[in-house]
Design a protein around this ligand. Structure first.
Ligand code: RM4
Ligand code: MN
Ligand code: MN
Length: 426
């Protein structure tokens, strides 16, 4: 399903006067305070976030899964769904594939389809946390960390296969997330598991094409309950250093123990030039994978404040791969993803409003109150008109969710695909 541009424009026209009023008001006051509004809008319009191929259907929990009508049942349909989100938001111009959940059958056709939606292929993701059909070896007791060489070799080969698939699509990076770890104390030897993992990652790294990157994701627990081999950013950073130049750490917002200072982690990794990618989501307790910014929008803003600082000051750090890693149990997945995109843009826009010069001066003076004022003034600004303007100049919708609803997109998808289809994914 494709959205007719004219329909978006018609809807925008009805909302234009209101948008202009709020935009002019905000833009005037920001300009008076020394901000370059055009520059901010260009940055927002350029900011693209990948949508994972596994997040377009309803997600499940270990207690069950409730389908959402009209879910995509093929990679083609998933790309079409991202096309819908992208034409409305102009922020979702990339897809991140999970292999083997979404192996293309016809590479040229898939590339053409994505291209017709203005979507590129972002990082590919390997999967060694499930046993695949007809696989010789089982990952029940780990993949790269496994005590069996045959299992480790199979896992390494899988990652190489994933890179080869990604190459055919124009991807330039692979994200490795391992479920490896132990459920009980004493189950495995920490050092052996870490050593095996490091050796395996090095092997994968050495197989990467020259212009590729490898992102190493960490997570403190789940599905293993007692320990994970790559439990935190320090372990991921250490492994990335051991692997070499093409290896980086990946921060998934849900992969920290409660109250971790994620913004400081981001800052440290960027200073060392080793932050490669980012998975957005939000959570209350664990790796809940819920809508970005729905629980801790201020923390998200503080993270973006460090990202903005790092993008300006840490030129040794590569451009980041942005992705939403979320799961939708009770909401329309497309609406949920649009809410996440809005929250990301909002945090980014607010971070761009932090006056870095004044902040530095206040820090030099140890003026703690002023520092807080500067940060919070930016956070308290309602930046939504800026985000709307960034969408408008790219022919997106002023109000994506309202437009999506007024065009009855979900109803049409259900008519076309049926009430009870199940997408692959979480
Ligand atoms: C993990 C992790 C990975 C994602 C899988 C499906 O918790 O966040 O990024 O690939 O879930
Ligand atoms: Mn993730
Ligand atoms: Mn996760």
């Amino acid at each position: 399903m494709r959205i007719d541009k004219n329909k978006i424009e018609d809807k925008n026209n009805k909302e234009l006067t209101q948008h202009k009023e709020s935009f002019d008001f905000l833009s005037n006051s920001l300009s008076k305070n020394g901000h370059n509004v055009d520059n901010i809008i260009t940055k927002l319009a350029d900011f693209q976030v990948a949508i994972p191929s596994w997040a377009l259907g309803a997600g499940g929990t270990r207690f069950g899964r409730f389908s959402y009508g009209g879910e995509p049942s093929s990679l083609e349909e998933k790309i079409n769904d991202i096309g819908v989100i992208h034409s409305l938001t102009q922020t979702a111009g990339a897809i991140s594939l999970h292999i083997p959940w979404d192996i293309p059958k016809d590479y040229n056709a898939i590339k053409e389809l994505a291209n017709s939606h203005d979507i590129v292929f972002d990082a590919v993701n390997s999967n060694t946390f499930q046993d695949q059909k007809n696989a010789k070896e089982s990952y029940k007791f780990g993949s790269l960390s496994n005590i069996s060489k045959a299992v480790r070799d199979q896992a390494i080969q899988h990652n190489i296969d994933v890179v080869n698939i990604g190459e055919k699509l124009g991807s330039k990076s692979i994200t490795v997330w391992l479920a490896d770890g132990s459920c009980f104390p004493g189950q495995h030897n920490f050092q052996t598991a870490l050593q095996n993992t490091q050796d395996g990652l090095k092997d994968i790294h050495n197989h990467l094409p020259n212009d590729w990157k490898m992102f190493i994701e960490y997570k403190p627990y789940e599905p293993n309950f007692y320990s994970t081999v790559i439990q935190d950013w320090g372990t991921s950073f250490m492994l990335a250093n051991a692997c070499g130049e093409k290896a980086f750490s990946l921060v998934d917002l849900g992969h920290h123990l409660p109250n971790s200072n994620i913004e400081q982690i981001v800052s440290t990794l960027m200073m060392k030039g080793k932050l490669g990618g980012f998975h957005f989501n939000d959570s209350k307790y664990g790796d809940d994978d819920i809508t970005v910014g729905c629980i801790k929008p201020y923390a998200l803003f503080l993270i973006f404040n460090e990202l903005v600082y790092g993008m300006e000051n840490n030129k040794n750090n590569p451009d980041l791969a942005w992705m939403i890693d979320a799961s939708h149990n009770v909401k329309d997945p497309l609406e949920d993803l649009m809410q996440s995109l809005e929250a990301i843009q909002e945090a980014y826009a607010k971070a761009l409003l932090v006056d870095q010069k004044q902040l530095k001066a206040a820090q030099q003076d140890n003026d703690v109150v002023k520092c807080q004022e500067l940060i919070q003034n930016a956070y308290r600004t309602d930046v939504r008109p800026l985000i709307q303007r960034a969408r408008l100049i790219k022919d997106g919708a002023l109000n994506p969710i309202q437009t999506y609803r007024s065009l009855n997109i979900r109803e049409n998808l259900i008519k076309k695909r049926g009430e009870n289809v199940v997408a692959t994914g979480l």
